[in-house]
Write a protein that binds this ligand. Structure first.
Ligand SMILES: Nc1ncnc2c1ncn2[C@@H]1O[C@H](COP(=O)(O)OP(=O)(O)OP(=O)(O)O)[C@@H](O)[C@H]1O
Ligand SMILES: Nc1nc2c(ncn2[C@@H]2O[C@H](COP(=O)(O)O)[C@@H](O)[C@H]2O)c(=O)[nH]1
Length: 192
C-alpha cells in the first residue's frame, strides 16, 4: 500500500497560548487552498471573534445534540470548562472535494482523531520555552488569573505528550512556523 506523504487531514495541537490560533489565522489569510475546520464550542466569543469564522458558538444543549446525533468527528471538554468539537460532515465534504484540511484542536481531540483517522498527520506546536508560553498566555489577556493557572496545568500534560505526534514545529516566529506547517501539508510558501 502506498501512503501519501501529504495526507488530506493535518491535526495541529499544542499547549494553550503556544499560538495555534495565530498560526491558523495566518494560514487562513495566506493560504486559501487550506481548508480550516471551524469547530463548535460552548465557550462565549472573545472580542473580535465572529460566529462561523472563529467558531460556531452554540449552547450546551445544542452541543449535546450534535454529539448525540454523531455529528462530531471528535469532541472534548477542554481545560475542564467548555466543550469543543469538530463537525464531521464539513470535514468529510472538504476531503471529498480534494481540499487540504487543517484541524486545530486539543490533545484529547487529537487522540480521538488518531483512533478514527490514523492516516492523518499529527503536528505538535511547541513554544520556544516555558517562560515564553506563560508570557504569551498572560500577554493575550483573555483569561482571568485563575483560568490562566488552570490552562497552564493542562499545558504541562500537553507538553508531556509531544512524542505522540509525527512532527514538532517550534512557534518561534509566526510566518516561519506557518510556512513549515503548510510545507508538511504538501504546499509551498509560493502557493500563497
Ligand atoms: N510566534 C509568536 N511570537 C510571539 N507571540 C506569539 C507568537 N505566536 C502567537 N503569539 C501570541 O501568543 C498569544 C497566544 O496565541 P494564540 O491565541 O494563537 O494561542 P493558542 O495556542 O490558540 O491558545 P489557546 O489554546 O489558549 O486557544 C497571542 O497573544 C499571540 O499574538
Ligand atoms: N478537541 C477539540 N479542541 C478544540 C477544538 N477547537 C478548539 N479546540 C481547542 O480548545 C482549546 C481552547 O481554545 P480557546 O479558543 O478557548 O482558547 C485550544 O487548545 C484549542 O485548540 C475542537 O474542535 N476540538
Amino acid at each position: 500500500m502506498t501512503v501519501s506523504p501529504h495526507p488530506a487531514v493535518t491535526v495541529l495541537a499544542g499547549p494553550t497560548a503556544v499560538g495555534k490560533g495565530t498560526i491558523s489565522t495566518y494560514i487562513r489569510d495566506n493560504y486559501p487552498q487550506v481548508w480550516l475546520s471551524v469547530s463548535a464550542t460552548t465557550r462565549n466569543p472573545r472580542p473580535g471573534e465572529a460566529d462561523g469564522v472563529h467558531y460556531f458558538f452554540v449552547g450546551p444543549e445544542k452541543f449535546g445534540e450534535l454529539v448525540q446525533d454523531g455529528e462530531m468527528l471528535e469532541w472534548a471538554i477542554v481545560h475542564g470548562q467548555n466543550s469543543y468539537g469538530t463537525i464531521r460532515s464539513k470535514v468529510e465534504e472538504a476531503v471529498a472535494a480534494g481540499k487540504r484540511v487543517l484541524l486545530e484542536i486539543d490533545l484529547q481531540g487529537a487522540r480521538q482523531v488518531k483512533e478514527n483517522l490514523p492516516e492523518a498527520k499529527f503536528v505538535f506546536l511547541a513554544p520556544p520555552s516555558w517562560d515564553e508560553l506563560v508570557r504569551r498566555l498572560v500577554g493575550r489577556g483573555t483569561e482571568a488569573p485563575e483560568e490562566q493557572q488552570r490552562r497552564l496545568e493542562t499545558a504541562k500534560l500537553e507538553l508531556a505528550a509531544e512524542s505522540e505526534f509525527d512532527v514538532t514545529i517550534v512557534n518561534d516566529d509566526i510566518s516561519r512556523a506557518s510556512d513549515e506547517l503548510v510545507t508538511l501539508m504538501g504546499l509551498t510558501p509560493n502557493d500563497r
